[in-house]
Ligand binder design. Sequence first.
Ligand code: NAD
Ligand code: TDX
Length: 338
Amino acid sequence: MDSYIPQHILVTGGAGFMGSNFVRWVLAHQPFVQITVLDKLTYAGNKANLANLPESRFSFVRGDICDVALVDKLFEKVDACVHFAAETHNDNAIVSSQPFIRTNVEGTRVLLEAARKHNVRFHHISTDEVYGDLALDEPGKITEATPYCPSSPYSASKAASDMLVRAWFRTYGVPVTLSNCSNNYGPYQHVEKFIPRQITNLLSGRRPKLYGDGLHVRDWIYVENHSSAVWEILTKGRLGETYLIGANGERNNLEVMRLILKLMGKKSDEFDWVRDRPGHDRRYAIDATKLQTELGWQPSHTDFEEGLLSTIQWYKDNQEWWASGKQAVEAAYENQGQ
Ligand code: NAD
Ligand code: TDX
Protein backbone atom coordinates (compact mmCIF):
# COMPACT_ATOMS: atom_id res chain seq x y z
CA MET A 1 0.00 0.00 0.00
CA ASP A 2 1.34 3.43 -0.98
CA SER A 3 1.61 5.87 1.88
CA TYR A 4 1.42 9.67 1.57
CA ILE A 5 2.92 11.82 4.32
CA PRO A 6 1.74 15.44 4.23
CA GLN A 7 4.23 18.19 5.04
CA HIS A 8 1.88 21.04 5.91
CA ILE A 9 -1.79 20.48 6.80
CA LEU A 10 -4.50 23.11 6.96
CA VAL A 11 -6.92 21.99 9.69
CA THR A 12 -10.26 23.79 9.47
CA GLY A 13 -12.25 23.93 12.70
CA GLY A 14 -9.07 23.11 14.61
CA ALA A 15 -10.20 25.07 17.68
CA GLY A 16 -13.21 22.81 18.19
CA PHE A 17 -13.47 19.56 20.13
CA MET A 18 -12.33 17.00 17.55
CA GLY A 19 -10.20 19.31 15.40
CA SER A 20 -8.07 20.37 18.38
CA ASN A 21 -7.61 16.73 19.39
CA PHE A 22 -6.40 15.93 15.87
CA VAL A 23 -3.97 18.89 15.95
CA ARG A 24 -2.50 17.78 19.29
CA TRP A 25 -2.37 14.16 18.11
CA VAL A 26 -0.49 14.99 14.89
CA LEU A 27 1.99 17.32 16.60
CA ALA A 28 2.68 14.64 19.23
CA HIS A 29 2.96 11.66 16.86
CA GLN A 30 4.31 13.09 13.57
CA PRO A 31 7.46 15.13 14.26
CA PHE A 32 7.91 16.51 10.72
CA VAL A 33 4.40 17.74 9.99
CA GLN A 34 3.49 21.44 10.07
CA ILE A 35 -0.06 22.56 10.94
CA THR A 36 -2.04 25.73 10.24
CA VAL A 37 -5.47 25.99 11.84
CA LEU A 38 -8.23 28.04 10.21
CA ASP A 39 -11.10 28.62 12.64
CA LYS A 40 -13.77 31.29 12.92
CA LEU A 41 -13.97 30.89 16.71
CA THR A 42 -17.74 30.62 16.79
CA TYR A 43 -19.38 29.93 20.15
CA ALA A 44 -18.03 26.35 19.75
CA GLY A 45 -14.40 27.24 19.06
CA ASN A 46 -11.91 28.06 21.80
CA LYS A 47 -8.28 29.05 21.36
CA ALA A 48 -7.52 27.61 24.77
CA ASN A 49 -7.99 24.17 23.13
CA LEU A 50 -4.74 24.85 21.28
CA ALA A 51 -2.64 26.22 24.15
CA ASN A 52 1.07 25.43 24.49
CA LEU A 53 1.68 24.03 21.02
CA PRO A 54 5.16 24.40 19.43
CA GLU A 55 5.30 27.71 17.51
CA SER A 56 7.82 26.29 15.06
CA ARG A 57 5.26 23.77 13.74
CA PHE A 58 1.91 25.35 14.50
CA SER A 59 0.10 28.54 13.54
CA PHE A 60 -3.44 29.81 14.00
CA VAL A 61 -5.55 31.94 11.65
CA ARG A 62 -8.88 33.28 12.78
CA GLY A 63 -11.23 33.31 9.79
CA ASP A 64 -14.22 31.88 8.00
CA ILE A 65 -14.10 28.92 5.61
CA CYS A 66 -16.61 30.83 3.44
CA ASP A 67 -14.03 33.63 2.89
CA VAL A 68 -12.80 32.82 -0.62
CA ALA A 69 -9.79 35.16 -0.65
CA LEU A 70 -8.50 34.01 2.75
CA VAL A 71 -9.00 30.33 1.93
CA ASP A 72 -7.23 30.75 -1.42
CA LYS A 73 -4.22 32.38 0.28
CA LEU A 74 -3.97 29.62 2.89
CA PHE A 75 -4.19 26.83 0.32
CA GLU A 76 -1.09 28.25 -1.45
CA LYS A 77 1.04 27.19 1.54
CA VAL A 78 -0.23 23.67 2.29
CA ASP A 79 -0.28 20.26 0.62
CA ALA A 80 -3.25 18.83 2.58
CA CYS A 81 -6.45 20.03 4.21
CA VAL A 82 -8.35 18.15 6.92
CA HIS A 83 -11.78 19.72 7.10
CA PHE A 84 -13.42 19.63 10.53
CA ALA A 85 -15.08 23.06 10.55
CA ALA A 86 -18.86 22.83 10.83
CA GLU A 87 -21.90 23.81 12.78
CA THR A 88 -22.33 20.57 14.71
CA HIS A 89 -25.19 20.62 17.20
CA ASN A 90 -28.47 18.99 16.18
CA ASP A 91 -30.58 20.94 18.69
CA ASN A 92 -29.26 24.25 17.30
CA ALA A 93 -30.01 23.20 13.72
CA ILE A 94 -33.61 22.48 14.67
CA VAL A 95 -33.98 26.05 15.97
CA SER A 96 -32.07 27.74 13.12
CA SER A 97 -30.73 25.86 10.08
CA GLN A 98 -29.22 28.79 8.16
CA PRO A 99 -25.71 28.75 9.71
CA PHE A 100 -25.58 24.99 9.06
CA ILE A 101 -26.25 25.36 5.34
CA ARG A 102 -23.84 28.27 5.09
CA THR A 103 -20.87 26.73 6.87
CA ASN A 104 -21.39 23.04 6.19
CA VAL A 105 -22.43 23.27 2.54
CA GLU A 106 -21.16 26.58 1.13
CA GLY A 107 -18.01 26.48 3.30
CA THR A 108 -17.16 23.01 2.03
CA ARG A 109 -17.68 24.18 -1.57
CA VAL A 110 -15.27 27.10 -1.03
CA LEU A 111 -12.61 24.75 0.35
CA LEU A 112 -13.09 22.24 -2.49
CA GLU A 113 -12.61 24.97 -5.07
CA ALA A 114 -9.35 25.99 -3.38
CA ALA A 115 -8.21 22.34 -3.21
CA ARG A 116 -8.98 22.04 -6.91
CA LYS A 117 -7.07 25.19 -7.84
CA HIS A 118 -3.99 24.32 -5.77
CA ASN A 119 -4.17 20.51 -6.15
CA VAL A 120 -4.30 20.00 -2.38
CA ARG A 121 -5.15 16.65 -0.82
CA PHE A 122 -8.53 17.02 0.93
CA HIS A 123 -9.86 14.89 3.79
CA HIS A 124 -13.48 15.55 4.68
CA ILE A 125 -14.69 14.84 8.23
CA SER A 126 -18.29 13.73 8.29
CA THR A 127 -20.73 11.86 10.45
CA ASP A 128 -22.62 8.57 10.62
CA GLU A 129 -25.82 10.64 10.84
CA VAL A 130 -25.87 11.05 7.04
CA TYR A 131 -27.10 7.45 6.79
CA GLY A 132 -30.12 8.13 9.01
CA ASP A 133 -31.03 5.87 11.90
CA LEU A 134 -31.55 2.16 12.47
CA ALA A 135 -34.48 0.70 14.40
CA LEU A 136 -33.66 -0.64 17.87
CA ASP A 137 -34.46 -4.22 16.78
CA GLU A 138 -32.90 -3.97 13.30
CA PRO A 139 -30.06 -6.45 12.73
CA GLY A 140 -26.78 -5.24 11.25
CA LYS A 141 -24.94 -1.94 11.28
CA ILE A 142 -24.26 0.95 8.92
CA THR A 143 -21.61 0.25 6.26
CA GLU A 144 -20.13 2.35 3.45
CA ALA A 145 -22.78 0.78 1.15
CA THR A 146 -25.76 1.98 3.22
CA PRO A 147 -27.81 4.56 1.25
CA TYR A 148 -27.77 8.15 2.51
CA CYS A 149 -30.97 9.02 4.38
CA PRO A 150 -30.38 12.03 6.68
CA SER A 151 -33.26 12.93 8.97
CA SER A 152 -32.31 16.25 10.61
CA PRO A 153 -31.30 19.68 9.28
CA TYR A 154 -27.78 19.08 10.63
CA SER A 155 -27.34 15.65 9.06
CA ALA A 156 -28.89 16.86 5.80
CA SER A 157 -26.29 19.65 5.65
CA LYS A 158 -23.47 17.16 6.31
CA ALA A 159 -24.87 14.77 3.67
CA ALA A 160 -24.91 17.65 1.17
CA SER A 161 -21.27 18.44 1.97
CA ASP A 162 -20.29 14.77 1.44
CA MET A 163 -22.00 14.82 -1.95
CA LEU A 164 -20.03 17.91 -2.96
CA VAL A 165 -16.77 16.20 -1.98
CA ARG A 166 -17.64 13.14 -4.06
CA ALA A 167 -18.66 15.34 -7.02
CA TRP A 168 -15.41 17.35 -6.92
CA PHE A 169 -13.50 14.05 -7.01
CA ARG A 170 -15.43 12.65 -9.95
CA THR A 171 -15.76 15.86 -12.00
CA TYR A 172 -12.47 17.62 -11.30
CA GLY A 173 -10.26 14.84 -9.95
CA VAL A 174 -9.63 16.64 -6.64
CA PRO A 175 -7.67 14.16 -4.47
CA VAL A 176 -10.20 13.54 -1.69
CA THR A 177 -10.96 11.01 1.03
CA LEU A 178 -13.96 11.02 3.37
CA SER A 179 -14.66 9.62 6.83
CA ASN A 180 -17.96 9.28 8.66
CA CYS A 181 -17.65 8.70 12.37
CA SER A 182 -20.01 7.90 15.23
CA ASN A 183 -20.46 9.96 18.43
CA ASN A 184 -17.16 11.13 19.90
CA TYR A 185 -16.60 11.89 23.57
CA GLY A 186 -13.66 13.10 25.67
CA PRO A 187 -12.08 16.29 27.04
CA TYR A 188 -12.73 19.72 25.43
CA GLN A 189 -16.21 18.80 24.15
CA HIS A 190 -18.68 21.70 24.29
CA VAL A 191 -21.11 21.56 27.22
CA GLU A 192 -24.10 21.60 24.86
CA LYS A 193 -23.40 17.93 23.94
CA PHE A 194 -24.87 14.99 25.85
CA ILE A 195 -21.97 13.66 27.95
CA PRO A 196 -20.34 16.98 28.95
CA ARG A 197 -23.77 18.49 29.61
CA GLN A 198 -24.58 15.84 32.20
CA ILE A 199 -21.14 15.96 33.84
CA THR A 200 -21.14 19.76 34.11
CA ASN A 201 -24.76 19.81 35.28
CA LEU A 202 -23.73 17.64 38.21
CA LEU A 203 -20.58 19.68 38.85
CA SER A 204 -22.61 22.92 38.90
CA GLY A 205 -25.46 21.69 41.12
CA ARG A 206 -27.98 21.11 38.30
CA ARG A 207 -29.85 17.91 37.50
CA PRO A 208 -28.88 15.94 34.36
CA LYS A 209 -31.47 15.87 31.53
CA LEU A 210 -32.53 12.89 29.45
CA TYR A 211 -34.56 13.27 26.23
CA GLY A 212 -37.69 11.23 25.51
CA ASP A 213 -37.66 7.62 26.69
CA GLY A 214 -33.84 7.54 26.92
CA LEU A 215 -33.60 4.43 24.77
CA HIS A 216 -31.87 6.11 21.81
CA VAL A 217 -28.61 4.35 21.02
CA ARG A 218 -25.35 6.09 20.15
CA ASP A 219 -22.09 4.34 19.15
CA TRP A 220 -19.56 6.08 21.41
CA ILE A 221 -15.90 6.42 20.45
CA TYR A 222 -13.13 8.12 22.43
CA VAL A 223 -11.89 11.17 20.50
CA GLU A 224 -8.22 10.01 20.36
CA ASN A 225 -9.36 7.00 18.36
CA HIS A 226 -10.93 9.33 15.81
CA SER A 227 -7.68 11.28 15.42
CA SER A 228 -5.60 8.16 14.80
CA ALA A 229 -8.16 6.86 12.29
CA VAL A 230 -8.16 10.14 10.36
CA TRP A 231 -4.37 10.02 10.13
CA GLU A 232 -4.52 6.47 8.69
CA ILE A 233 -7.11 7.49 6.10
CA LEU A 234 -5.29 10.70 5.14
CA THR A 235 -1.99 8.91 4.65
CA LYS A 236 -3.07 5.47 3.36
CA GLY A 237 -6.67 5.81 2.17
CA ARG A 238 -7.65 5.32 -1.46
CA LEU A 239 -8.67 8.52 -3.23
CA GLY A 240 -12.40 9.04 -3.66
CA GLU A 241 -13.19 6.52 -0.92
CA THR A 242 -15.32 6.79 2.19
CA TYR A 243 -14.21 5.05 5.41
CA LEU A 244 -16.54 4.64 8.38
CA ILE A 245 -14.94 5.16 11.81
CA GLY A 246 -16.37 3.41 14.87
CA ALA A 247 -15.23 1.30 17.83
CA ASN A 248 -18.22 -0.91 18.75
CA GLY A 249 -19.43 1.43 21.50
CA GLU A 250 -23.22 1.07 21.27
CA ARG A 251 -25.10 2.11 24.42
CA ASN A 252 -28.44 3.71 25.02
CA ASN A 253 -28.63 7.16 26.60
CA LEU A 254 -30.20 5.85 29.80
CA GLU A 255 -27.27 3.46 30.34
CA VAL A 256 -24.77 6.28 29.75
CA MET A 257 -26.69 8.57 32.10
CA ARG A 258 -26.70 5.92 34.86
CA LEU A 259 -22.99 5.27 34.40
CA ILE A 260 -22.18 8.98 34.70
CA LEU A 261 -24.33 9.19 37.85
CA LYS A 262 -22.59 6.14 39.33
CA LEU A 263 -19.10 7.38 38.52
CA MET A 264 -19.94 10.76 40.07
CA GLY A 265 -21.33 9.22 43.27
CA LYS A 266 -25.03 9.95 42.63
CA LYS A 267 -28.15 7.78 42.77
CA SER A 268 -29.36 6.23 39.51
CA ASP A 269 -32.59 8.30 39.46
CA GLU A 270 -31.03 11.70 40.17
CA PHE A 271 -31.88 13.16 36.74
CA ASP A 272 -34.87 14.71 34.89
CA TRP A 273 -36.77 13.26 31.95
CA VAL A 274 -37.29 16.14 29.49
CA ARG A 275 -39.02 16.84 26.17
CA ASP A 276 -37.74 14.72 23.29
CA ARG A 277 -35.79 16.17 20.35
CA PRO A 278 -38.07 16.48 17.26
CA GLY A 279 -37.18 13.81 14.68
CA HIS A 280 -34.77 12.21 17.18
CA ASP A 281 -32.72 9.46 15.46
CA ARG A 282 -33.22 6.13 17.23
CA ARG A 283 -29.99 4.25 16.79
CA TYR A 284 -26.58 4.59 15.15
CA ALA A 285 -24.19 1.64 14.81
CA ILE A 286 -21.04 1.62 12.70
CA ASP A 287 -19.36 -1.32 10.97
CA ALA A 288 -15.72 -0.21 10.65
CA THR A 289 -14.50 -3.39 8.91
CA LYS A 290 -13.25 -1.56 5.80
CA LEU A 291 -11.02 0.77 7.84
CA GLN A 292 -9.71 -2.14 9.91
CA THR A 293 -9.04 -4.62 7.11
CA GLU A 294 -7.93 -2.25 4.36
CA LEU A 295 -5.84 0.19 6.42
CA GLY A 296 -5.11 -1.91 9.52
CA TRP A 297 -6.52 0.67 11.95
CA GLN A 298 -7.53 -0.39 15.48
CA PRO A 299 -8.81 1.85 18.29
CA SER A 300 -6.38 2.08 21.20
CA HIS A 301 -8.90 3.36 23.80
CA THR A 302 -11.75 0.85 24.04
CA ASP A 303 -12.84 0.83 27.70
CA PHE A 304 -15.90 3.13 27.87
CA GLU A 305 -15.96 3.36 31.67
CA GLU A 306 -12.27 4.29 31.75
CA GLY A 307 -12.80 6.92 29.01
CA LEU A 308 -15.77 8.35 30.87
CA LEU A 309 -13.82 8.50 34.15
CA SER A 310 -10.97 10.44 32.58
CA THR A 311 -13.47 12.75 30.84
CA ILE A 312 -15.23 13.43 34.18
CA GLN A 313 -11.85 14.13 35.78
CA TRP A 314 -10.98 16.59 32.98
CA TYR A 315 -14.21 18.59 33.52
CA LYS A 316 -13.54 18.59 37.28
CA ASP A 317 -10.00 19.90 36.73
CA ASN A 318 -10.95 22.48 34.09
CA GLN A 319 -13.96 24.33 35.46
CA GLU A 320 -12.64 27.67 34.15
CA TRP A 321 -12.78 26.19 30.61
CA TRP A 322 -16.54 25.53 30.74
CA ALA A 323 -18.09 27.52 33.62
CA SER A 324 -18.45 30.89 31.86
CA GLY A 325 -20.62 29.56 29.00
CA LYS A 326 -22.64 27.07 31.01
CA GLN A 327 -25.43 29.37 32.21
CA ALA A 328 -26.31 30.55 28.67
CA VAL A 329 -26.41 26.98 27.32
CA GLU A 330 -28.74 25.85 30.10
CA ALA A 331 -30.97 28.92 29.70
CA ALA A 332 -31.39 28.12 25.97
CA TYR A 333 -32.21 24.48 26.76
CA GLU A 334 -34.72 25.56 29.39
CA ASN A 335 -36.48 27.75 26.81
CA GLN A 336 -36.91 24.65 24.66
CA GLY A 337 -38.24 22.56 27.54
CA GLN A 338 -35.04 20.55 27.60
P1 NAD B 1 -17.27 21.60 17.37
O1 NAD B 1 -18.60 22.23 17.28
O2 NAD B 1 -16.67 21.31 18.71
O3 NAD B 1 -16.19 22.51 16.60
C1 NAD B 1 -16.45 23.10 15.35
C2 NAD B 1 -15.33 24.11 15.06
O4 NAD B 1 -15.56 24.68 13.75
C3 NAD B 1 -15.30 25.28 16.06
O5 NAD B 1 -13.97 25.52 16.47
C4 NAD B 1 -15.85 26.46 15.26
O6 NAD B 1 -15.34 27.71 15.67
C5 NAD B 1 -15.39 26.10 13.85
N1 NAD B 1 -16.22 26.73 12.80
C6 NAD B 1 -17.59 26.72 12.72
N2 NAD B 1 -17.98 27.43 11.63
C7 NAD B 1 -16.84 27.87 11.01
C8 NAD B 1 -16.60 28.62 9.84
N3 NAD B 1 -17.61 29.09 9.08
N4 NAD B 1 -15.32 28.87 9.50
C9 NAD B 1 -14.30 28.41 10.25
N5 NAD B 1 -14.47 27.70 11.38
C10 NAD B 1 -15.73 27.42 11.76
O7 NAD B 1 -17.35 20.31 16.47
P2 NAD B 1 -16.76 18.83 16.67
O8 NAD B 1 -17.66 18.06 17.55
O9 NAD B 1 -15.30 18.93 16.98
O10 NAD B 1 -16.94 18.26 15.19
C11 NAD B 1 -15.93 18.43 14.22
C12 NAD B 1 -16.34 17.76 12.91
O11 NAD B 1 -16.59 16.38 13.14
C13 NAD B 1 -17.63 18.32 12.30
O12 NAD B 1 -17.47 18.37 10.89
C14 NAD B 1 -18.70 17.31 12.69
O13 NAD B 1 -19.75 17.28 11.75
C15 NAD B 1 -17.90 16.02 12.66
N6 NAD B 1 -18.38 14.93 13.55
C16 NAD B 1 -18.59 15.17 14.89
C17 NAD B 1 -18.94 14.10 15.72
C18 NAD B 1 -19.14 14.29 17.22
O14 NAD B 1 -19.52 13.35 17.90
N7 NAD B 1 -18.84 15.45 17.79
C19 NAD B 1 -19.10 12.83 15.19
C20 NAD B 1 -18.90 12.62 13.83
C21 NAD B 1 -18.51 13.69 13.02
O1 TDX C 1 -29.17 16.86 27.33
C1 TDX C 1 -29.25 15.97 26.48
N1 TDX C 1 -29.98 14.86 26.75
C2 TDX C 1 -30.13 13.83 25.88
O2 TDX C 1 -30.81 12.84 26.16
C3 TDX C 1 -28.57 16.05 25.20
C4 TDX C 1 -27.76 17.26 24.87
C5 TDX C 1 -28.71 14.99 24.34
N2 TDX C 1 -29.46 13.91 24.64
C6 TDX C 1 -29.50 12.76 23.72
C7 TDX C 1 -29.74 13.08 22.26
C8 TDX C 1 -28.95 11.99 21.56
O3 TDX C 1 -29.72 10.81 21.48
O4 TDX C 1 -28.17 12.20 23.76
C9 TDX C 1 -27.76 11.73 22.46
C10 TDX C 1 -26.50 12.45 22.04
O5 TDX C 1 -26.84 13.80 21.79
P1 TDX C 1 -25.77 14.87 21.22
O6 TDX C 1 -24.60 14.94 22.14
O7 TDX C 1 -26.51 16.13 20.93
O8 TDX C 1 -25.24 14.14 19.90
P2 TDX C 1 -25.96 13.64 18.55
O9 TDX C 1 -27.18 14.43 18.26
O10 TDX C 1 -26.04 12.15 18.60
O11 TDX C 1 -24.83 14.10 17.46
C11 TDX C 1 -23.42 13.97 17.77
O12 TDX C 1 -22.86 12.87 17.08
C12 TDX C 1 -22.78 12.96 15.69
C13 TDX C 1 -22.68 15.25 17.38
O13 TDX C 1 -23.25 16.35 18.06
C14 TDX C 1 -22.71 15.46 15.89
O14 TDX C 1 -21.94 16.60 15.53
C15 TDX C 1 -22.12 14.25 15.23
O15 TDX C 1 -22.20 14.36 13.83
